[in-house]
Structures are given as C-alpha cells and as structure tokens.
Design a protein. Structure first.
Length: 604
C-alpha cells in the first residue's frame, strides 16, 4: 500500500496522538480523538484517492479531523481534492465541502467506471463517484451518472443490459427520486433491479465507512418508476423543424431533413444505419458553424470538433455509448493530400452501420500490447465549403445546402437567450427516443421505387423515424427521397457524379454497340459476334475524353485494358467465334445483366 495517502496519514496521526489503532489491510479501527474512547470506535477505510471516516459514537468527521489538527481536505490523498475521469472525457473535480467543477467532455453520456464493468453480473448504481470507489474498495462493481441526483436521463444505461442491478438510494427525497428515475430507465434493460439503502449513514460511502459490507445494505420497497407522459412525435418533429427554420438559412425541405436527422441520432442504434449529414455551401458565411452549434445542442451525445487529427481519436470517442460526431472544416480535414486522411475516411465510411469496429493496439498489464476492437458506429455531420469528398463517402451523405441570409429572415443565434429552450427541446427529443425505441426497431417502412442499395441504407433510418412519429411525416420523407433520386439521376446525366471507369465503359458500350449486331430479342435471336478491337474503337469514338489519348492518363484505351476492366468488374470474358485462330470478341448478350444492374437503359 502507498504510504503517502490520506489513509496512512490518518493512521500515523492517531498513533502519534497516542490512540490505539488496529489495522487489517485497507480498513482499520482506532480510538476516536474527539471523545473519551476506551473501546476503539473510529472506523477508517481506504478508497481510491481518499479515506472514509466514521465514528460509531456519533462524532462528526469534521470534529474528528479538527481534533488531530487536520481539516476535511486531509481526507483526500491530494489535499486539493480528487479528480474523477470518465471514459468519454468528462472530468469531475471534487474538493472538501462538496464543492465540485467539471471540465472536458461535460456533455458526455458515459457512466463513471462503465469501462470497468467487464463481465460482472451484478452492478451497484450509486449517486456519486466517491460512492463508486467505496463499493470497489470492498470488492463490488459500481457506476454512477455525473452531476448527482435528477440527471440520470442524460446518460447511457445500455451497458447494464441483462445484469442484476442494485440501486443504492441516498436517504433523502432527492436520493429516492433519483432511484425511481434510474429504476425507470433500467426497466426492460437490466435483468433485475433492486433498491437498497445504507445501514449506517446517508449513502454507500457512509455505509462502507461504518465497516459494513455489500451484503449489509437494507432492501427498501421497490419504487415505482414515475410514469412518463406520452410524447406526440409528430408535434415534436414539427417543433424541431421550426427550430431549425428559425435559425438556419436553407430550403424548407432541408429544414425537414435536419429535423428528421436530429431525431434519428437519438435512436441511431435502433435504425441500424446512420446517413452522414453533409452541410455544404458555396461560400463562407452561409451558417455552417451555426448549424453545427444547433446540432450540438439537439443531437444525442454530440461532440463538436473544429478538425479531426486521427482515426484513433475518433475510435475512442465512439467507444462509450451513443455519440454524434460534428466535424467542421472537412474541406481541409479530409483533404486527400494530407497524410493519414485515408484512414480517417475509411473509419467514417465503416462507422455508418451498427457493429462496425476498428482494430487498435492497447497496452496490457505487465507490458506489451494486444489487439482490441473499438466500435466506430456513430452519426456524423460533415461541414465544409463545397468539400471534395471521396465518392464512397459522398454516397453515404444526405446533403444540406446552406445559403447566406441576405434578407435578414433568419433569427440571430443568441445562446445566452435561447440555450435553456434548446436544452428543453433536447430533453423532449431524448424522452421521445426512450419511448420510441421498440417502435423504431420494429418499423419497416416502404420506400419509393428506385430507392435501393446505398440509397436505401441512407434514407431508411429517416423513414423509420417518420413512420413512428406519423402525421404528415411519412409523405414528407417520400418526397425527400424522390427529390434525392431525381437529383442523383440528373447529376449522372450531366456527368457530375464520378462513376468507376468500368461502369462508364459498359454504359458506353450500351450506347455505341453496332446497330447491325443488335438482335430483335436477346433471348431468341443470337447477336452477331463483335471483335474486341472493333468495340475498343467504337467506345473511343463515342467517348474520346474518357478513352482517347486526351484522357487523364494520357494513354488511349487498349484491347488489354478493355478486357481487364470487363473481367475484373463484371466477370465478362472475351470469346472466339470460330477456330483458335479467329479474333477474340464479345456477344451482346454477355452484357445484358451488367447493363440492367447498372441502369444503362438496355431493353429487349
């Protein structure tokens, strides 16, 4: 045991004062210096970062410490107090006299010590960090939410799924109300919930300080969770849309996307996939940062970042519970010329689906490293001025186009005046999400024709939210999807979407296939054989910018390159239409399936 601790200092002070001390590991009984104590009645317990003191004769801890010439600050290993570090970056600093402050990720949703649960089947839920350490000191596993009683709904309790939970209620009305709130949040999550109180003192720390163990807690009547009012999802979604319309300059349809996407962040795991929200603009001053600030207030577990430095940093943010990543300046942060950007993009792409992980090396006890898989799933907002995103990233995005407010129709975002309203709206969304999770999971809305593949993965989460809230929102989502599909078709027709070269090649083949070689029916009349060299010349004439000598590579398409793209991209191989000396080439029927799947417009 360390010698320079509050526990060891207290034992030394008692002995120097002539008091008898009987020590057993990290617990001791000593003669209390605050009264005539012939039979040792002062219980002393070492916990991480501090010492717990309890006089069975009733002396106040402050009086005990004053009798030794000490203060309550001397109960901490560091007399300045204790710093409790949460796994998601929150830091709670506590000093003597119940003074505390927070820093770091003060909006995080992770429970304190959630990373230590491991395979524990029984977990104690206490009210403060000191109580967690007290339970750990006697061999238990414990967690707590930050900021004391009444704030439990702001935290992620899913790590307690299928575990036996023992809630230690503080012996006051706020403590019992907190216990009822936690019990309600754990309904349907934990395998069982039991509520207990300290046998001595007010809380778990007092109970342990008095020398009692985990089996000595006194069970109290199971509190009934306070019934929650049923939230009208359609009305809520209307309010969120109106909130964005008040402060953000963009098309009315984009305000609807912002509202749907914001609600989806609170039920993202139930939606299974999470589209990336792209905040785009053609010029600075269009409101991208303001939009991110509003998302920061309303989305689930939002983390606002001016830039991103590394994939490991993102992985550590996403590893603990429900979070939303808000990334600004992506036109710079995801510049393909910057080192390690490929790794960042790969993580952002993979993390749009539940269950995605990133292998990382973590240190192990005794030295060395081992591979661990960190979850990477999280809703993401990407903000930038016309950012050049990779095609696979852009295909996962729903784009919001922000415009400058030249007419003064958008209200100023004065957080000093509206922050409480934003918090109230956030809390309504969070409360709706708790009620709606089962319905979102079960929702299977029909999507408009043509919404398949990546488009389906992108729009289905918002459609599920709309299906659950009801009202006019199902129609709204259908129109948004149809608009997006129409924009995508127009972009492709105008060459604004970059297709893989192999897909461009088969599309060009569809349009320039020799007319005399086209059959009446692909299934009844065999198409005449066309040599490879002839097809290569046809596509070069049809699309010289892509396949001629003036393309980006500076080299015209060759027979070998032509055959390689078809074989690798579609498993279409050249054949001979005769003996072994005849030229190799292709039949039109070989391309029917590829043309159909890639929308080349082929018909029989």
């Amino acid at each position: 045991m360390k010698t320079d601790t509050a526990y060891q200092r207290l034992l030394d002070d008692l002995r120097n004062d002539g008091r008898l001390v009987n020590e057993d590991g990290g617990r001791a009984m000593g003669q209390c210096p605050a009264h005539d104590d012939t039979n040792p009645s002062l219980a002393i317990t070492a916990v991480e970062g501090q010492v717990l003191v309890h006089c069975h004769a009733g002396c106040l801890t402050e009086t005990v410490m004053k009798s030794l010439g000490r203060s309550l600050a001397d109960l901490y290993d560091d007399r300045k107090g204790a710093s409790y570090r949460y796994s998601d970056g929150r830091i709670v600093n506590r000093k003597a006299g119940k003074r505390f402050s927070q820093q770091g990720n003060t909006k995080g949703a992770a429970l304190y010590r959630v990373e230590r649960i491991g395979d524990a089947t029984a977990v104690y839920v206490v009210e403060g960090e000191k109580d967690v350490h007290a339970v750990e000191a006697v061999g238990g596993t414990a967690v707590c939410s930050a900021m004391g009683a009444g704030k439990a709904d702001k935290f992620d309790w899913t790590p307690l799924k299928d575990r036996a939970v023992i809630i230690v209620a503080d012996k006051d009305e706020p403590g019992h109300k907190h216990a009822r709130q936690v019990a309600g949040l754990l309904g349907g999550v934990a395998a069982s919930v039991k509520v207990v109180e300290a046998k001595a003192g007010k809380d778990a720390a007092d109970h342990i300080a008095a020398g009692h163990g985990l089996d000595d807690f006194v069970e109290v009547e199971q509190p009934q969770p306070e019934p929650a009012a049923v939230i009208d999802g359609a009305e809520l979604l209307d309010d969120v849309r109106d909130w964005f319309a008040t402060y953000i300059g963009c098309a009315s349809e984009d305000h609807e996307i912002l509202a749907l996407w914001t609600l989806h962040t609170h039920v993202a795991e139930e939606c299974y996939t999470s589209p990336r929200l792209l905040l785009d603009s053609s010029m600075p001053g269009s409101g991208k940062t303001t939009t991110l600030e509003h998302c920061d207030k309303l989305c689930c577990g939002a983390t606002l970042m001016a830039t991103i430095s590394s994939a490991p940093m993102l992985a550590r943010i996403t590893q603990n519970g429900r979070v939303t990543l808000l990334i600004d300046e992506v036109d710079r942060a995801l510049d393909p010329k910057k080192p390690l950007v490929g790794e960042l993009v790969a993580m952002l792409n993979s993390g749009y689906k539940v269950g995605a992980t990133r292998p990382v090396l973590v240190p192990v006890k005794g030295g060395g490293w081992e591979v661990d898989k960190m979850p990477t799933f999280a809703p993401v907002v990407l903000s930038g001025n016309s950012p050049r995103l990779p095609d696979d990233t852009r295909s996962r995005c729903i784009r919001i186009l922000l415009v400058p407010d030249v007419d003064g129709t958008v209200a100023d975002t004065d957080w000093e005046a509206i922050e409480d309203d934003a918090q109230e709206l956030h809390d309504r969304i969070a409360a709706w999400a708790e009620q709606a999770r089962p319905a979102v999971t079960a929702a299977s809305p029909e999507l408009p024709e043509g919404c398949r593949g990546r488009s389906r993965e992108k729009w289905r989460p918002l459609a599920r939210v709309a299906a659950v809230v009801g009202g006019d929102w199902t129609t709204v989502v259908e129109k948004l999807i149809e608009r997006d599909l129409a924009e995508e078709r127009a972009d492709r027709e105008h060459g604004l979407r970059n297709l893989p070269p192999a897909v461009v090649l088969i599309n060009d083949l569809c349009h320039c296939w020799p007319k005399e070689c086209q059959p009446v029916s692909l299934t009844t009349v065999p198409a005449r054989f066309v040599p490879t060299q002839e097809l290569v010349e046809k596509v070069k004439q049809h699309n010289p910018a892509m396949w001629g000598p003036l393309n980006s590579t500076g080299k015209p398409l060759t027979v070998q390159g032509f055959g390689r793209m078809l074989s690798q991209g579609f498993k279409i191989y050249s054949q001979r239409d005769g003996d072994k000396n005849s030229p190799r080439g292709y039949y039109r029927g070989q391309f029917a399936d590829a043309w159909h799947r890639h929308g080349s417009g082929v018909s029989e």
